[in-house]
Unconditional design. Structure first.
Length: 475
């Protein structure tokens, strides 16, 4: 049977795989997404989208759809024996700024996020092959060969494992995963339809002293559903049936069993934190839960995963079609593995109540200052000023919004308060000049396609050499 030929094989059609496929499609890279299941994942699971991820989704062309389909997190309402005890804010309130225009976690159930990304992928001419379970994976110096339990094999130049925490691809590669149990107590999560609770609050039910853990019921923004999260003592097997979940809700709240009218999806798990030993083996890359597994408490798993895809997408595009050397792909693990490790630690601390959800969980402060792709030629900069490797701030100057200028698969050459420029630029680089902006200071900044400053200098001296290393000819 003849193999399907493609540039990139993406295994898994969750948020990671779909975001990567969207990014590749808009770059004209042939990508095939295969999914073992017969449809997109049906549950809410990862429902919090952090501000940095909103910026990513803006660039991928789906922010309006995400905004229309979701909503902000409501304030928490604490109940005791059917009586309202008071309100509890789950996250610190952070005001938006010109440089950081999105604030607060945006609630959108994972199934809806996936639908939006899938619609965008199809709009760009891509699709997902459902019902394609991976059976084998082999690679050589030229590419990757994949076989499936049914259907034609696939031959690709590169492959990406986006197939979750129990990744078949990761196991096939023999890549280990090191981790720990964050909490031995199992947690049930379910999408419900119910009556008797308003949709203006997250409803919180403290333990009643009988050994059970916390219980929280979230109104899922943009839907008629609620999400139930209930913790159980170690050794408990949660009953995921409608009758079982009705009993749980009735035992832990003032609702009666018949007020739970439907269970649309349910699962249980034990919170753990785990990190793959490597994010790349040859021509195969690990991304999302295949590379790192988080406690859901910090709202970091889906967000870190989408940003894996965002980091990898432009690099694959540059190597496959942009003239960049294959060595550029080495920077994916270099940049993303330490970020994922840091986010795993943060998720665990949030789960254990050691830190609140706030500025750190928004992921706006993450960057790549230590990366080989971050070249800072200005000397003596204070630590709290913008450096190469940092996220490029938004802002409006001379009628130009920087995020509008950055949006798209291109690089951006930004000159601030200087006449320095490069005489001839390829189509892959857009030029923006603004007279001043305190968020940047003065200088020349080459902004990467993923919105981070790659190179920075007082003048453009040395810029062409850096650009050549990422496939840009500025000669």
């Amino acid at each position: 049977m003849d193999a399907i030929d493609t540039d990139v094989l993406v295994v898994g059609a969750g948020p990671t795989g779909l975001a990567l496929a969207v990014d590749l499609a808009r770059r004209g890279v042939r990508a095939l997404v295969v999914e073992r299941a017969d449809a997109l994942f049906p549950g809410s699971r990862g429902k919090g989208i952090q501000p940095r991820t909103l910026e990513v989704l803006d660039d991928l062309g789906v922010l309006d759809a995400v905004r229309a389909a979701g909503g902000p997190y409501p304030v928490g309402l604490i109940w005791q024996d059917g009586v309202r005890q008071g309100e509890h804010r789950m996250t610190d309130e952070i005001e938006p700024t010109e440089a950081e225009p999105y604030n607060g976690t945006w609630m959108l159930p994972q199934w809806r996020t996936q639908e939006i990304l899938y619609a965008r992928l199809r709009e760009l001419g891509g699709d997902v092959a459902f019902g394609r379970e991976l059976a084998g994976l082999a690679q050589d110096t030229d590419g990757v060969s994949a076989s499936f339990t049914s259907g034609r094999p696939v031959r690709a130049r590169y492959a990406v494992a986006a197939d979750g925490g129990r990744s078949t691809v990761r196991r096939a590669l023999g890549v280990g995963m090191t981790g720990e149990t964050v909490d031995p107590n199992p947690i049930l999560v379910a999408d419900l339809r119910l009556t008797g609770l308003d949709r203006d609050h997250v409803h919180m039910f403290p333990p009643r002293g009988d050994g059970d853990g916390f219980t929280v019921i979230f109104p899922l923004a943009g839907t008629e559903d609620f999400q139930l999260i209930a913790q159980f003592p170690d050794g408990t097997d949660a009953d995921l049936s409608l009758d079982g979940i009705r009993k749980i809700v009735a035992a832990r709240s003032h609702l009666s069993p018949d007020q739970v009218t439907e269970v649309r999806w349910a699962s249980d798990f034990r919170p753990r934190a785990a990190l793959a030993d490597r994010f790349r083996q040859g021509r195969v890359f690990l991304a999302g839960d295949a590379a790192h597994v988080h406690s859901p408490a910090g709202g970091q798993g889906l967000n870190t995963s989408v940003q894996d895809a965002y980091n990898l997408g432009w690099k694959l595009g540059a190597v496959l079609g942009g003239g960049a050397p294959a060595s550029l792909l080495d920077s994916y693990e270099e940049e993303r593995l330490p970020v994922a490790a840091g986010m795993l630690g943060l998720s665990t601390r949030v789960h254990r109540g050691e830190v609140r959800r706030g500025a750190a969980t928004q992921q706006l402060g993450l960057g790549y200052r230590g990366s080989s792709l971050a070249v800072e030629t200005r000397a003596g900069l204070p630590e709290d000023t913008l450096h190469a490797g940092d996220r490029a701030p938004d802002g409006i100057r001379d009628g130009v919004r920087l995020f509008d200028a950055f949006r798209g698969p291109h690089w951006t050459l930004l000159s601030v308060g200087t006449d320095q420029h490069v005489a001839t630029l390829p189509a892959a680089v857009h030029t923006v000049r603004i007279p001043s902006y305190e968020a940047y200071g003065a200088g020349v900044f080459l902004v990467r396609p993923d919105g981070y400053v790659g190179w920075a200098g007082e003048t453009a001296r040395g810029l062409a050499e850096y650009a050549a290393g990422v496939g840009l000819d500025l000669a």
